[in-house]
Design a protein around this ligand. Structure first.
Ligand code: GLN
Length: 515
């Protein structure tokens, strides 16, 4: 099999081929590393490429050869968002303040990847401390959308989504505090999942807003995300908010969605507030088509009102900065990371101030100021207290909705990928990008973004969001896989197969007939 064909396989297909001995983990890792070498100069999905990936792959091949039985994703490569701590690679969270910092431990999810024998390819680019919707706030320069290199790949996890969309990795991990897995998924034509809060460990994930953050899968198919979720899920005693649930097999849930008939009689709620003004016409048109396909497959489509969603963004932009300002206080120049000496010396406070001035970018500073203000004695009740009340109202709207329906749907993002610079000077218009994804974070419920087709006006990807009650992540995989299949049948191809080929003509020729 040629490298160009190998990199286009799904993680499930790679796992099968590796298990059957058709390819080796070294060959698979090498094909992806070569692809990174060939295209990442243009895409800039990676901040760091592992120099031990081939050794790790060789060790997996040896163990397989000795007859050891390995997991479903053993030998499959993966890219990891730079928000996650890795023992053998720097972890910067996209910030200058952590430039070159190599953590003394692995995040729990990273340990689980290693234990399941996935091959870590490197660390992916992101908005600084996961604040943003475009990767333009990365201190290391933006990632480019593989569908159009002049456009943003979404954020904050644009690097993970772009790596998967550009066939640099079949899988990636992201983190989603307000949409940073799902919105990049939507604008790059990939799948992204935010699990139920507490369903995946946050230990070793550099915190943005601890009550909202969740680590989750990025992939090119729903089944692949399910397989990856099966590896990272489950209780972690090192994370005090980790749920003790026994989770079902998400891969089985996805496969049951692909078996046909899964949408028969399913009550699908369309949230009126998540498909109104400000949504691009091409996004709305694709959403209407997806609803029609679901209805034709036997789903009952129900309109749902969630009046408090109107205030969700406002509440989020008080709660998030409040928690972030507190989480980021640890970057004090004393214990780790950057240290800047002010000219002519100074007190510890002067060193801290100079370090934070030099080490944090504009969006991080903006949110620290906002957060400390919202938490200050005189304003705590008026701002932070009110925002927490809105959060409760959002949770109640969801509870009421899930009394009536099995799953909620909306576009994953109001628009397709915008051009670099378009929203950089207008934080509010950047924030509005998360209109559809933020409510799920406020309520702690799971959400998935599935490729929904290309918008007619610009030919760029759109995403369909499905949301389920807390702990019902399996539903997202069953219904998500079913919708993915219906959409692909209606187009006659997968969406990602229409992504521009960033590689050489030689590779294009080799790929023909594979998809
Ligand atoms: N774009 C949102 C923000 O800037 C979401 C971030 C995230 O999910 N990490 O806060």
């Amino acid at each position: 099999m040629t490298d160009a064909a190998l990199i286009r396989l799904t993680a499930a297909e790679l796992g099968d081929k590796l298990a059957a001995g058709d390819v080796s983990a070294v060959e698979v890792a090498k094909a992806h590393l070569d692809r990174i070498e060939a295209v990442d100069g243009d895409v800039h999905a990676f901040l760091y490429i592992s120099d031990t990936a081939l050794d790790a792959a060789a060790a997996i091949d040896r163990r397989r050869a000795s007859g050891e039985s390995l997991g479903a994703l053993a030998g499959v490569p993966i890219a990891v968002k730079d928000v996650l701590c890795t023992l053998d690679m720097p972890s910067t969270s996209g910030s200058k303040i952590l430039e070159g910092w190599v953590p003394p431990y692995d995040a729990t999810v990273v340990s689980r990847l290693r234990a399941a024998d996935l091959v870590l390819l490197g660390k992916t680019n992101m908005d600084e401390f996961a604040m943003g919707s475009s990767t333009e706030f990365s201190a290391y320069g933006p990632t480019h959308n593989p569908w159009d290199l002049d456009r943003i790949p979404g954020g904050s996890g644009g690097g993970s989504a772009a790596a998967v969309a550009a066939f640099e990795a079949p899988l990636a991990l992201g983190s989603d505090t307000g949409g940073s897995i799902r919105q990049p998924g939507a604008v790059t034509g990939t799948v992204g999942v935010k699990p139920t809060y507490g369903g995946v460990s946050r230990y070793g994930a550099i915190a943005l807003a601890s009550s909202l953050d969740q680590v989750g899968p990025v992939s090119r198919t729903v089944l692949d995300s399910a397989l990856l979720h099966d590896v990272i899920k489950g209780h972690d005693p090192r994370d005090s908010t980790s749920l003790r649930d026994e989770w079902p097999s998400f891969a089985e849930a996805a496969r049951s969605g692909l078996a046909g008939g899964a949408l028969q009689g399913v009550r699908v709620g369309v949230v009126r507030e998540l498909n109104g003004e400000g949504f691009q016409a091409g996004v709305k048109a694709r959403f209407a088509e997806a609803l029609e396909l679901m209805a034709n497959a036997g789903a009952e489509i129900v309109e749902i009102d969630a009046p408090s969603f109107e205030y969700a963004i406002s509440a989020y932009y008080l709660i998030l900065p409040a928690e972030a300002s507190s989480n980021l206080a640890k970057f004090d120049s004393v214990r780790f990371g950057l240290r800047v000496q002010p000219e002519g010396g100074g007190t510890v406070e002067d060193v801290m101030a100079a370090t934070r001035e030099a080490g944090f970018g504009p969006e991080v500073k903006r949110r620290i100021i906002l957060g400390t203000y919202a938490l200050s004695a005189g304003y705590y009740d008026a701002y932070y207290g009110s925002a927490q009340k809105v959060r409760t109202l959002v949770q109640r709207d969801f509870a009421k909705a899930f009394d009536q329906v099995d799953v909620l749907v909306s576009p994953s993002a109001p628009t397709t990928a915008f051009r670099f610079g378009e929203k950089l000077d207008d934080p509010l218009s950047m924030y509005l990008n998360d209109l559809t994804t933020i409510p799920a974070n406020l309520a702690g419920i799971p959400g998935i973004s599935v490729p929904m087709g290309l918008a007619a006006e610009d030919g760029l990807p759109t995403g369909l969001q499905l949301m389920a009650p807390a702990r019902a992540d399996a539903r997202l995989y069953t219904y998500g896989a079913a919708v993915e299949q219906l959409l692909e049948q209606s187009w006659g191809h997968t969406l990602i197969s229409r992504a521009p080929d960033l590689s050489t003509t030689e590779q294009t020729a080799a790929t023909e007939g594979v998809i």
